[in-house]
Design a binder for this molecule. Structure first.
Ligand code: HEC
Length: 136
């Protein structure tokens, strides 16, 4: 009788462990699936090639190369190579237009010149920031 009870107990314990293992595996897989499904949109939005091309054109038209260099082209004093890896898009936007939040970091003459870029159409400025953010 005691032996039968012990066997039953062992069987029940085994079952509980098995159910827990299956549930855990299911949970793990569900997590992986969600992460993969949730990732693509932001990556696609950041790396939109048309947007980056538009930003490259805005950079050229605005005359940023008078003070900045990218890939060896422009004024070598202030290279912007890799700026996307050093700064967030918001910081890049602030430094491009000498936003009041950071204007004190810039020499007054530089801040005055950059404030002109506050007149850029919002869409052009967005594309410009997307272009610079892609420089990693
Ligand atoms: C009158 C010169 C001048 C012009 C024109 C200019 N900048 Fe700048 N910019 C500077 C200087 C100087 C800094 C500070 C550099 C530093 O601190 O390393 C700076 C900083 C920046 C930074 C931060 C980079 C860093 O590594 O700190 C970004 C981004 C930037 N500028 C983008 C632009 C863009 C985009 C344009 C064109 C729309 C532009 N700038 C036009 C002079 C200029």
């Amino acid at each position: 009788m005691r032996e039968a009870l012990a066997r039953l107990l062992a069987l029940a314990t085994g079952l509980v462990v098995l159910v827990a293992a299956v549930a855990f595996a299911g949970f793990q897989n569900a997590g992986t699936t969600t992460a993969v499904a949730a990732e693509p949109p932001p990556v696609a939005a950041e790396a939109d090639p048309a947007r980056i091309e538009r930003g490259r054109a805005v950079y050229a038209d605005a005359g940023c190369a008078g003070c900045h260099a990218i890939a060896g082209e422009g004024n070598p004093r202030n290279p912007l190579d890799g700026v996307g890896g050093r700064m967030t898009p918001e910081e890049i936007r602030q430094y491009t237009i000498a936003d009041p939040a950071i204007a004190d970091d810039l020499a007054p003459r530089v801040a005055a010149a950059k404030k002109e870029f506050q007149k850029l159409p919002a869409d052009d400025l967005d594309a410009l920031v997307a272009y610079l953010s892609s420089l990693e």
